[in-house]
Ligand binder design. Structure first.
Ligand code: NOJ
Ligand code: CA
Length: 525
């Protein structure tokens, strides 16, 4: 059953949680997180109120890019367990009301994938056109495509998507202008599309509930406005949803107008594409800074324009973070700052995505050696901190066998301590999730009405509404106190739900609000 957003109904109240499997929980003491480890932590996720997980790629790989270089789409990487473990994860998650989405690396394989090895041969074979090859080693791309030369005996260069070891699968060119650039309906691209559908079908048939699609925008090459890529995903989505109508398709795209037209249910506000994530949290003048922060109005304006454009087609998500971005807990942010940020994230439209560890305020670790193609992303991928023990409850292995070192601080945050502290960040998030799951006004498509803010002030206030249910949210990330009169909203009453440092009282049709430094308040009107 769809909603007025066009997406499956369950997404409306969904809370997603992203798991980087190698760093989550190691069940067999080899120093690397695994799928049985995730199964053991499902009770925790259920306690937190999570309704769906997205797991970073967990398939056979040489892990030059942490699994975004797939060698076999049909087999779970032995370091994470077996296919049976993954099927069991789906069953166990479903028993707890949690759905499971996998990461689909649709645009490229690794150089070790058997398709690519066959494609590298000079003798023509079934896989010659599975990837994009120039017609001779010295021919130019005449575009911004990156070519890798001299890798194999085949007289041609291949197109790589991101790293050199990620050869682009051939979904064709929107406007081919050289002989080796095949149109989207040539036999090679059509065969690639069939294979992609087969992979999706396989995992959905084993209980998976959807996919986050890696670089979903990138499939058709030289595609202005991504018009052909959009059509391609429309075809794929139609075929897949005919069999699995209730699945979630989530894109890494960064342009909701395009991606939701392509049939995705959710797109992200990211550090790429239309950007926005970095502006909100990680720039020098981001709004969510204690000192010297900027205004949020630019972000809000662009967000409102985007939701107006995609109304009825799908949702836009502002994630707490992901494996490609610095963690929120960086640049001197404390748990109190994160409480303000989570109040925003959990009362904002779209679908909240919580990156593992952000719920306890795990730190972005600087100075780590790059691991599996992580480079400066490595500091956001360290082991989950479950307890205050020497190994943080992540693994029983010797620390030198850990996938990545733990946060070295003695007082690093952990789940066990925060779960039993009612004032912790973790319990704050849990309260926010409980509230959101209860009230449609706070969920994905409740109306958002930002309220005007005097130019001298740094707080932010907005209403969320569904039917006759209304909430007022006020946030002050700044260290400076502030105050405001919210005019003409005629509150029936004013009941504080989750508040710290905010006083509000009704004055006729208005509400007078006083905000301490670093404060937040959610009021039911
Ligand atoms: C985006 C993924 O999130 C990132 O981790 C990966 O390196 C690239 N796509 C290439 O697949
Ligand atoms: Ca393990």
């Amino acid at each position: 059953m769809g909603t007025e957003t066009g997406s499956p109904a369950w997404l409306k109240q969904a809370i997603f949680y992203q798991i980087y499997p190698q760093s989550y929980y190691d069940s067999n003491g080899d120093g690397i997180g695994d799928i049985p480890g995730i199964i053991q932590k499902l009770d925790y996720l259920q306690w937190l109120g999570i309704s769906a997980v997205w797991i970073n790629p967990c398939f056979v790989s040489h892990f030059r890019d942490a699994g975004y270089d797939v060698d076999d789409y049909y087999r779970v990487a032995p370091r994470y367990g077996t296919n049976r473990d993954l099927y069991r994860l789906c069953r166990e998650a479903h028993r707890r009301g949690i759905r499971v989405c996998l990461d689909l690396v649709a645009g490229h394989t690794s150089i070790d994938h058997p398709w690519f090895k066959a494609s590298c041969r000079s003798r023509r074979n079934r896989y010659s056109d599975r990837y994009i090859w120039t017609s001779s080693i010295f021919s130019e791309a005449k575009s911004t495509l990156s070519l890798v030369r001299g890798y194999s005996e085949r007289d041609g260069s291949y197109v790589a998507n991101c790293f050199y070891f990620q050869p682009a699968l051939n979904f064709g060119f929107a406007r081919p202008d050289l002989p080796w650039q095949q149109p989207v309906n040539a036999p090679g691209p059509l065969e690639t599309r069939r294979e992609l559908i087969k992979i999706m079908d396989y995992w959905l048939g084993h209980g998976v509930d959807g996919f986050r699609v890696d670089m979903a925008f990138s499939l058709v090459k030289m595609d202005p406005g991504h018009q052909e890529t959009i059509k391609l995903w429309q075809v794929i989505g139609e075929k897949i949803r005919a069999r699995y109508p209730d699945i979630a398709l989530i894109s890494e795209w960064g342009n909701p107008e395009e991606s939701l037209a392509a049939g995705f249910d959710i797109d992200f506000v990211l550090h790429i594409g239309l950007g926005g994530y970095t502006d909100l949290f990680l720039n020098e003048n981001s709004f969510f800074l204690r000192h010297d922060g900027g205004k949020i109005q630019g972000f809000v304006q662009s967000y409102l324009e985007q939701i107006a454009k995609v109304k009825g087609k799908g949702l836009i998500s502002v994630p707490s973070g992901n494996h490609d971005i610095k963690r929120l807990r960086t640049d001197g942010r404390t748990a109190s700052d994160l409480k303000v940020i989570f109040t925003f994230l959990l009362t904002w439209p779209g679908v909240p995505f919580i990156y593992y560890g952000d719920e306890i305020g795990m730190l972005y670790i600087t100075g780590l050696a790059s691991k599996e193609g992580g480079y400066d992303r490595t500091g956001s991928r360290t082991p989950m901190q479950w307890d205050s023990g020497p190994n943080a409850g992540f693994s029983t292995a010797d620390k030198d066998r850990f996938y990545l070192p733990l946060d070295p601080r003695r007082n690093r945050p952990n789940v066990e301590e925060q779960a039993s502290d009612s004032g912790s960040l973790l319990n704050h998030l849990r309260d926010l999730i409980t509230l959101r799951r209860h009230y449609p006004a706070l969920q994905a498509d409740g109306t958002l009405t930002p309220l005007p803010v005097e130019t001298s002030q740094r707080h932010f206030a907005y209403l969320r509404q569904a039917n006759d249910e209304r909430f007022l949210v006020v946030l002050n990330p700044s260290a400076e106190p502030s105050s405001t009169k919210i005019k003409g909203i005629k509150p029936g009453n004013l009941s504080p739900r989750i508040c710290r440092g905010v006083q509000a009282c009704v004055e006729g049709d208005d509400i007078q609000v006083k905000l301490a430094g670093v404060s937040y308040g959610i009021f039911k009107l």
